[in-house]
Design a protein around this ligand. Sequence first.
Ligand SMILES: Nc1ncnc2c1ncn2[C@@H]1O[C@H](COP(=O)(O)OP(=O)(O)OP(=O)(O)O)[C@@H](O)[C@H]1O
Length: 356
Amino acid sequence: MMDNDTILNAYEEVVTGYVSGKKKKVVGRYEHLTMAKGEFICLIGPNGVGKSTLMRSLTGLQPLIGGRIWLDGYFLDEYGSKNLAKKIAIVLTDQLQTGNMTAREIVQMGRYPYTGMMGHLTKEDHDLVEEVMMLTGTLSLADNTFLKLSDGERQKVMLARALAQDTDIIVLDEPTAFLDMLNRIEMIRLLRTIARDKEKTILLSTHELELALQAADTIWLLKKEGGYFSGGADDLVLSGLLEKYFTSEGISFIPEMGVFQFSEPLGNSTFDIKLENSKMSLSQVQTAQMEVRKVWAQRILEREGYKQDSQSPDFVVTYFPLENNNAFRWVIDKGGKSYSCDTNLKDLLKVIRQLV
Ligand SMILES: Nc1ncnc2c1ncn2[C@@H]1O[C@H](COP(=O)(O)OP(=O)(O)OP(=O)(O)O)[C@@H](O)[C@H]1O
């Protein structure tokens, strides 16, 4: 089924892979692939499952082994390369041979599908280049040699180039791979904003599962055994597929929070954890901080292999305020005895390890 919002659609099963001489290697088979205008899609899946291959196939960089893709009025193989470059931009992880070109010149390359034989840029082209460099925070790097930029800076310049191409669809292979945490979050936010405000369809592959769960309208999860899952974060979390593909002994997924955490296989020792905040009047900030401490203590105890059981715990950990100096303390009750320690979780764990 297709509605007015559909920009890309595969009528038949799409088969991706590689052909070399008479040898054919099928990488993946995907049914009902479809993208809507302005949709922000994150493509996830284990290493080697076929994410890059799918992205290259959807953008016409490599031929499909089976199926046909419709893109905004025509089939993909009906577009000439220049017209296709006006529809889809792709940012790959491959190193470009750019010689001494500056960052600005790289971004200007994004305008080539629109320029004549001489590659002459109009004032509007130059304005757009400045605008996308401003948007991606790369304007200050404009005159630097592209190859001398840091990996993260190059990634942003490549995004600017894709934006300069002014296409309906932008496909990016691991655009956050070299970015630090803040820049990763900013890059995803920027891409989301572009998708929403400029109605561009964005497909990006990533290994940042938690970020993908937070940011994506739709997640495509490529399955090891072939095929894929497509749905929102809630559908994916409830499907149990994240546990299936991305957790193993020592790492578990917390569906309510959408995060992964280290975890020892749960042992037999059980605990309960409480806050004692009834005896003193605490500020809102203090109460909120107590809640945060409780959650962290709980996570750390579970990571250590202790199981929460409020019915008949082996030991009870209580966090409570002291009367002076805004101080707090942990108290551990076990077998009728009480032990106390500082608010530091490291100390708490030390005491518990000695007791249990
Ligand atoms: N040029 C090629 N010729 C033949 N097989 C290839 C080629 N490029 C990739 N492959 C194979 O296709 C499969 C999928 O690779 P692909 O790079 O698409 O995976 P990926 O999901 O993007 O992996 P990663 O998360 O590690 O980047 C792998 O088995 C890979 O070895």
